[in-house]
Ligand binder design. Structure first.
Ligand SMILES: [Zn+2]
Length: 71
């Protein structure tokens, strides 16, 4: 099996970027700011443990679905 190292590096960079993207997004939603889904442009909603079992940030359509651990 051949591993394309360049491709692998790109993949790592992408996931690192999206991690920071998610952190930034999370911070804004936590501050009560309206953040729109990058896919469907609908407002993202923060789901806290008080609202149910599935905690995280999601849009109405579900294309953005960031699971959060409120432990
Ligand atoms: Zn969406």
């Amino acid at each position: 099996m051949n591993i394309d190292l360049k491709q692998f590096a790109n993949l790592q960079k992408a996931s690192k970027d999206s991690f920071f993207e998610q952190k930034k997004l999370l911070k804004q939603v936590m501050l009560g700011k309206t953040v729109l889904c990058s896919q469907c442009q609908q407002a993202l909603t923060l789901y806290t443990p008080e609202q149910g079992e599935l905690t995280g940030i999601r849009c109405a359509k579900g294309c953005t679905d960031i699971a959060l651990d409120f432990a």
